[in-house]
Design a protein. Structure first.
Ligand SMILES: [Zn+2]
Length: 51
């Protein structure tokens, strides 16, 4: 049995499988999955906007 962790991309709102995410970012002790480089740069520009 495989455990799949589904995250919600805070930038675009898409559901992202942890294993398939572009990157997992830890911000203030919580993990956020970003689906693509574009969402990653948006998140890094203003993480407080998305958390
Ligand atoms: Zn995204």
């Amino acid at each position: 049995m495989r455990h799949q962790t589904i995250f919600r991309d805070p930038v675009c709102g898409k559901k992202v499988n942890k294993n398939k995410a572009h990157i997992i970012i830890t911000y203030q002790g919580r993990e956020y999955a970003l689906c693509c480089p574009k969402c990653q740069s948006e998140f890094e520009k203003a993480p407080e906007k998305y958390t």
